[in-house]
Ligand binder design. Sequence first.
Ligand SMILES: *Cc1c(COP(=O)(O)O)cnc(C)c1O
Length: 425
Amino acid sequence: MDNSIYALLGISEKVCALGEKVLSGLWERFLQIDEIAAFNQAKVLHAMQKNRVSAECLSGTPGYGHDDKGRDTLEKVYADVFHTEAALVRPALTCGTHALATALSAILLPGDELLSPVGKPYDTLEEVIGIRKSPCSLAEYGVSYRQVDLLPDGGFDYDNIAKAINEKTKLVTIQRSKGYQMRPSFSVGSIGELIAFVKNIKPEVTVMVDNCYGEFTEKLEPSDVGADMVVGSLIKNPGGGLAPIGGYIAGKQKCIDRCHYRLTAPGIGQDVGASLSVMVNLYQGFFLSPNVTAGALKGAIFAANLYESLGFRCVPDANESRHDIIQSIELGSRERMEAFCLGIQSAAPIDSFVTPVPYPIPGYSDEVIMAAGAFVQGSSIELSADGPIKEPYAIYFQGGLTWHHAKIGILMSLQKLYERGLISL
Ligand SMILES: *Cc1c(COP(=O)(O)O)cnc(C)c1O
């Protein structure tokens, strides 16, 4: 392609040339991603048509939000896309953690036990569960927690999972994406095998999948393979970059009813909850999401292939199949993490002039560096990168509202590493 426009952004010939070389080997894979996006686009469109989404649905309500047709219809659209009986999709779910906490505390009662058969859950859930002490944690309400770590090769430790399931086990939580760990993300197929194993031992157990970052990366979702609830954030994949806030829980009617009661109040449930003025963004974002997710996936694959060609370890590696949009790259030093993040930041449409620096965050033992210049604050379906400043100095890269923007961000990260003499080309 004509690289002169990239020169305008500050990306050198050398970096462009390497990018184009790496890219020339990726078109076949990009076609496969487009095929998944085409499938999921049709799935979303069909759900919208089936539920007769109308102009009226986009207008929203104030106050209690009684008879909010847009909100109720959007929940039916989500339920149809995830092939579940019901869904809760609300701006009142303030983030992914809130959606997960709502789902967990809707089901788990005092004396019940929560089991994670896939190792440590996402950092913010440690306080929700009470692994790290916190007011209002599940532990404080008398819910116990058990965890079975993954095997050294990243597989499920079936023997110990079987031993961990007991008469108190009420809910099993499975995190699809690796989050900020160097373990593999799970395919929907392997999640299905794990669910079948667990339900074979205890059929009445509720299985929840933390679906964050996984939506629309495959043709199937965990709810297609036996999950009773799938949960995620609207400022990640399913919001398509347009949702300004929100979370979703899709699943069995009896689970979703309890989640509604937990979110609003017992006895009130789903009839209350004004959608204000965000409905159009939630619908339009969901509609765009398969394509936005595909762009982010292409960016992740491009990054892995580019950085692996320079000798850096990438998880997933250059050739692995993808089950979420996260790419981690072991950069090996603080200086490289800073340069990488500067590149991502410099490629942003918003705050491109800012220099990301590592800083301490409450609850983390190490300093963290983050790069993001997003239209929606903290939105990680938009181009972003972050990571804790510690061995192996891995950066976690994700998003990009378009593939073309993700590509610029990745080239820019390499440009900054190159300019600072932290790699040789
Ligand atoms: C992002 C994420 C969460 C939490 O979502 P927030 O919106 O940051 O609260 C939970 N689990 C996983 C796997 C995530 O990626």
